[in-house]
Design a binder for this molecule. Structure first.
Ligand SMILES: Cc1cc2nc3c(=O)[nH]c(=O)nc-3n(C[C@H](O)[C@H](O)[C@H](O)COP(=O)(O)OP(=O)(O)OC[C@H]3O[C@@H](n4cnc5c(N)ncnc54)[C@H](O)[C@@H]3O)c2cc1C
Length: 439
């Protein structure tokens, strides 16, 4: 008979959320095991970090290591492609409050490996090539976890607290039927790495660039060694028009934008294009007795403001308080910690979602391309771009003002706004029908 390992905390998944949780829980003295199905280093999308990530990197003790593998990112620029309009640059140094004036852009293969090793160094029993296949709740309130390694060997774990950090695999929410795809926001992304793409001049050379085009938007993220990560986030109808390979489709899409074409004259692809479809979803639950979901295992909205890794690591950090109260069997503290976890996690998602859902509307494109700094609204927007949306009251007030301005801009561009909304309607209907049929 195979022995059952016992542990205080078991984490499913060794991405940014899982490794942050594992490391911080181990630093508090808990026995932690982490099971990761892949093997680091491995490719992962999500390469642009936010300034608000940096303090978490400090608390994990990896700031300097991330700096060594990253490209300094002082801001973000936005362009409406083929419009002749000038690009607008938003610099983190202009944010309200004291968020850092830069972030980093990283190869996730290096970043995630570094976090994984850091987790091990903190005392976590972190096993890669180990896939969790089954979880059940025992009568004593603990969870029993079954995993299988690369050789097909099974292992069994009994844990007092279970953390689902399985990312887009959404281990618990998929198996329990809690996962709801977002019918209002179904996009797909096609992405690859290129060498030789022109960077922004001077200190802006590490900025992320965002371009709107008629079928969605694209990102350009500068990485080390002259590599540029480029991805197109497109409406599903556009993706369906693809006839050739993904690489051809991505290149055709990029070549359709004159500003992008100009930067890619010397570009050569160094990584085959990949696609991710229909990525926006939310779990109806994020915690329960003796378990918690963090990062993408709970929800993912959209990559546009590069918020995914920060939200994942932030939720992990907050989640450690919930685990601690559970493990100490302090019912009052546990109720308080889990309420706070739910409230703050939802607040962060809501702050980004409002912008994300409107990002491709004519009114939002107009406001981002014509920033007028009345009432320090631009600084508020920069704070949002920096990820400072949880507790910065000044920024939150400016964002409320921005919402009012957005409403006026929508009315001012009412014809284009209505046309854009109408153009999206048949698609939303089709998506709804499809998701009902699938349920
Ligand atoms: C197209 C696109 C572009 C993006 N761009 C950005 C960006 O620029 N910046 C940004 O911040 N975010 C971006 N994101 C989001 C970002 O990728 C995620 O939010 C982030 O990786 C979430 O971290 P995580 O730890 O929750 O999940 P992941 O990083 O996905 O980690 C989950 C881990 O769990 C493992 N796992 C899964 N199932 C099991 C199992 N059964 N057993 C064991 N292990 C398991 C996986 O192998 C994986 O290593 C982007 C997302 C997409 C789709």
């Amino acid at each position: 008979m195979v022995a059952c390992n016992t542990t205080d905390v078991l984490v499913i998944g060794g991405g940014p959320a899982g490794t942050t949780f594992g490391c911080l829980a181990a630093k508090r003295g808990w026995d932690v095991a982490l099971l990761e199905k892949g093997r680091h280093p491995r490719f992962h999308i999500g390469e642009s970090l936010l300034p608000m990530n940096l303090s978490i990197l400090d608390r994990l003790g990896v700031h300097e290591q991330v700096k060594a593998i990253g490209v300094l990112k002082p801001g973000a620029d936005f362009t409406v492609a083929n419009s002749g309009a000038e690009l607008q640059t938003y610099r983190f140094e202009d944010a309200l409050g004291d968020s850092p004036d830069h972030a980093f852009e990283v190869r996730r293969s290096e970043f995630d490996e570094l976090l994984f090793e850091n987790c091990r160094a903190a005392g976590v029993e972190a096993n890669d090539e180990t896939t969790v296949t089954h979880v059940e709740r025992l009568e004593n309130g603990n969870h029993k976890v079954t995993a299988v390694d690369a050789a097909g060997e099974e292992s069994f774990w009994e844990t007092r607290f279970l953390v689902d950090a399985s990312g887009r695999d959404t281990f618990l929410s998929s198996r329990n039927g809690w996962k709801k795809r977002n019918p209002k926001h179904a996009s797909a992304a096609v992405f690859a790495h290129f060498r030789g793409v022109e960077r922004r001049p001077g200190n802006d050379d590490g900025n992320i660039s965002v371009y709107w085009f008629e079928h969605g938007w694209i990102w350009m993220i500068p990485l080390r060694d002259d590599i540029m990560s480029i991805g197109a986030v497109c409406y599903p109808e556009y993706i369906k028009t693809r006839r050739g390979s993904l690489d051809e489709f991505l290149l055709d899409t990029l070549n359709g934008m004159e500003e992008v074409r100009a930067r890619m004259q010397q570009a050569e692809p160094v990584r085959a294009a990949q696609a991710t479809g229909n990525y926006s979803y939310l779990s109806q639950r994020m915690d329960g007795p003796g378990y918690l979901m963090i990062g993408d295992a709970f929800a993912f909205i959209d990559p546009v403001f590069s918020s995914g890794v920060y939200l994942a690591m932030g939720s992990a950090e907050r989640g450690v308080d919930v685990a601690q109260a559970w493990l100490e069997d302090n019912k009052r503290a546990y109720r308080r910690a889990s309420r706070k976890y739910r409230r703050v996690t939802k607040r962060g998602l809501a702050a980004f979602s409002w912008f994300i859902y409107r990002f491709t509307t004519p009114a939002m494109m107009y406001l981002f391309s014509n920033p007028r700094n009345k009432l320090k609204v631009v600084e508020g927007v920069v704070s949002m771009l920096a990820g400072d949306v949880f507790s910065n009251k000044a920024a939150r007030r400016r964002l409320q003002v921005f919402k009012v301005i957005y409403a006026f801009a929508w009315l001012f561009h009412w014809k284009a706004s209505l046309a854009a909304r109408k153009a999206r309607r048949p698609e939303i209907r089709t998506r709804l029908q499809r998701s009902h049929a699938a349920e």
